[in-house]
Design a protein around this ligand. Structure first.
Ligand code: 28G
Length: 638
């Protein structure tokens, strides 16, 4: 006898040990969420007892020592002997029940088994005390350190009521957060009170003295009112309650207001279904159908009119959908099991809502008219917005020619295709400096906004739809694609000027790809260049130098006894004069000519030319792993 008892108790401790080893499997997490989950677990048991019709009040107290208690006035947890020779109470708190909410397989339902979760909570506690009032007697049992029995079930005193109370203090070494959040608890309890009309919840925080008593007679309507926003309701709340097919019970409230937000809340067996599911989508389609049917029947929607869409119908709608599904039909989906999968719920909810809503609209004409008018308005706005977008798009098309001519280009004063230079500059602000710093006699500036379209796999027609690239083509003035005639180029040099960072490198690659694919003769003629802005300015007093690479900086340092260093993160950090001196003046700048054979080893050469910056190169490759320039180009060359 004693042998088997020991064996069993070892098994039990191992069971609870599993909970402590992997708390996340049983309560989701060990942060504030998990901490409060412990409270919901125990509270659900108290709620189940009340739902069974035993007790109408539940108390919750937060204590100064970091513990919390939940009390119900039900029948009292069983205190009798269990077959294992232990009290049933001990079994409830020490035997791990199958199907944890976060483990494989199982899912949680309120109204399910009593006691599931109590042992999990116990396993994660510094202490737990269970008190039971039953048959005129108060009993108590205490556990510590995750389920170890401190005292076997003992009689405390005579009482005249029945019920259960569980007080527990979560283990501080397991949870990263051990302070109970009063507001969070009140809001959770409030939600329960809305869903469980007729049960009173009292919350007391002994740390602060704050308390709250939550009781709603007509919970769903109270919930609806609670959710009410600034917007004005269009009618009295809609409330349908009854039995649908397959034994699925439905409780539904809804109210339209003159606002624009949709709030849909759905629950299955009192568990919130954040991700919706079959019941929620059924309600939505039934609602849309009932509205459209009504609008057609009453000639509000004419034959030529399109149906209202779901988003029109639900604009300004607050709704709460509660379904109770027999346990054998329950099916949850998704990672967090918060989406209903039960197929039967679709049919049950759809026909229930359709039938009731159709009847409601017929019987409440003034409400129906207000609702339909509002929906009509939403639909009109949606259609107008669509039209406005389409118009804007068409207008763009027509205005294109014009804009290309005026454009963003700052042209050169002289017209000399043998000498003129076109700077393609990353960003408007650098474009501004370049415009000021340039020699406007022969240098033209075209600022580029943001990323350039990747033309790797695009057809010419698509490329020309892109504003940035068609502007470049138009500015160069030598055509594009098969029509490109390099002799017609308005510029002797096309110079790409970007920041010396990964974005800049990316823009260069995209532009070169564009030239390679659609203006190749330009590259073959050696007319495309990359400007090399300095990375550093080293200075002391009036003396200064620019460094274009890390090595150059090291060499330059030797010429200074002491120095200041400015690192240029972008072109924008240079003023117009500096930009001229370092990057644009034919006297002092460094340009990299991009030739066609470069492309065979494009990325290697490219980054060498970018100035020896292995970090940048690595970063760039890491960020753009899918961009395999070298392969693509070599492929086309062979
Ligand atoms: C205080 C916080 C959490 C609970 C009860 C009441 C009973 C019970 C709980 O039974 C399952 C059922 C009988 C063996 C049921 C008492 C029937 C008769 C109960 C709670 C299995 C457990 N008498 N109240 N469990 N029994 N309150 N509050 O947990 O057959 S749990």
């Amino acid at each position: 006898m004693s042998h088997s008892y020991n064996e069993q108790s070892i098994q039990i401790l191992e069971g609870l040990d599993a909970v402590r080893k992997r708390p996340g499997m049983y309560i989701g997490s060990t942060d504030s969420r998990g901490l409060h989950h412990m409270v919901w677990e125990i509270m659900d048991n108290a709620i189940d007892e009340a739902l069974n019709g035993f007790g109408k009040e539940i108390n919750l107290v937060i204590y100064k020592d970091g513990s919390i208690s939940i009390q119900d006035f039900g029948r009292g947890m069983p205190v009798g002997k269990h077959s294992s020779n232990k009290s049933t109470l001990e079994v409830i708190f020490t035997v791990l029940h199958a199907g944890g909410k976060f483990g494989e397989g199982g899912y949680k339902t309120s109204g399910g088994l009593h006691g599931v979760g109590a042992s999990v909570v116990n396993a994660l506690c510094e202490y737990l005390i269970a008190t039971v009032d039953y048959n005129g007697q108060q009993y108590e049992m205490e556990f510590k350190d995750g389920g170890q029995v401190v005292s076997k079930l003992k009689k405390i005193k005579k009482v005249s009521t029945t019920g259960s109370m569980v007080r527990f203090k979560p283990n501080e070494t397991i949870f990263t957060e051990t302070e109970f959040n009063y507001n969070l608890i009140v809001e959770h309890v409030r939600e329960s009170a809305f869903l469980l009309s007729g049960i009173r919840f009292n919350v007391l925080d002994e740390r602060t003295g704050k308390s709250e008593s939550l009781y709603y007679e007509d919970g769903l309507i109270a919930f609806l009112k609670f959710l009410e926003k600034k917007a004005k309701p269009l009618h009295e709340p809609i409330h349908f309650k009854g039995m649908g097919s397959d034994g699925i019970e439905i409780d539904f409230v809804a109210q339209f207001d003159d606002g624009y937000t949709e709030s849909t809340y759905s629950y299955v067996n009192l568990v919130k279904t954040i991700d919706g599911g079959t019941h929620e989508s059924a309600f939505k389609s039934a609602l849309t159908k009932s509205i459209n049917d009504f609008a057609r029947k009453n000639n509000i929607l004419k034959e030529k009119d399109k149906n209202f869409e779901g988003i029109d119908v639900r604009e300004g709608l607050t709704s709460i959908l509660l379904v109770s599904i027999p346990e054998n039909l329950l099916q949850f989906e998704g990672q967090t099991k918060s989406k209903l999968g039960t197929p039967e719920a679709r049919g049950a909810v759809e026909s229930f809502i359709l039938e009731h809503m159709t009847y409601y609209l017929e019987e409440n004409r003034s409400a129906a008219n207000a609702i339909i008018a509002k929906i009509q308005q939403s639909a009109d706005v949606r259609l107008q917005a669509r039209k406005a977008r389409e118009n804007a798009r068409n207008k763009n098309k027509n205005a294109k020619e014009e804009r290309l001519l005026s454009g963003k280009l700052s042209p050169a004063q002289r017209r000399n295709p043998k000498k003129n230079e076109l700077y393609l500059v990353e960003g408007d602000s650098a474009g501004g400096s370049a415009k000021q710093g340039r020699d406007s006699k022969f240098q033209a500036i075209l600022p580029l906004r943001g990323k350039v379209l990747n033309t790797e796999r695009l057809k010419l027609a698509d490329v020309l739809k892109n504003e940035e690239l068609s502007t470049i083509a138009y500015t160069i003035g030598a055509g594009v694609g098969d029509d490109f005639v390099v002799e017609d180029s308005q510029y002797d040099k096309i110079i790409l000027m970007t920041d010396a960072d990964t974005d800049g490198a990316h823009i260069q690659v995209l532009l070169l790809t564009f030239f390679y694919r659609f203006m190749r003769p330009l590259l073959e003629a050696g007319k495309v260049y990359i400007a090399l802005p300095p990375l550093y300015k080293i200075y002391s007093g009036k003396k200064f130098d620019y460094a274009y690479s890390e090595e150059e900086l090291e060499t330059l340092k030797e010429n200074y006894s002491s120095f200041n260093l400015q690192r240029y993160k972008g072109l924008g950090e240079m003023n117009a004069d500096q930009l001229w001196d370092t990057t644009m003046s034919p006297e002092s700048r460094t340009l990299i000519r991009v030739t066609i054979d470069d492309f065979e080893v494009a990325d290697r050469r490219f980054f060498e030319l970018m100035g020896n910056q292995p970090n940048l190169r690595r970063e760039w490759i890491e960020e753009n792993v899918s961009f395999t320039l070298e392969d693509e180009f070599s492929e086309e060359l062979t």
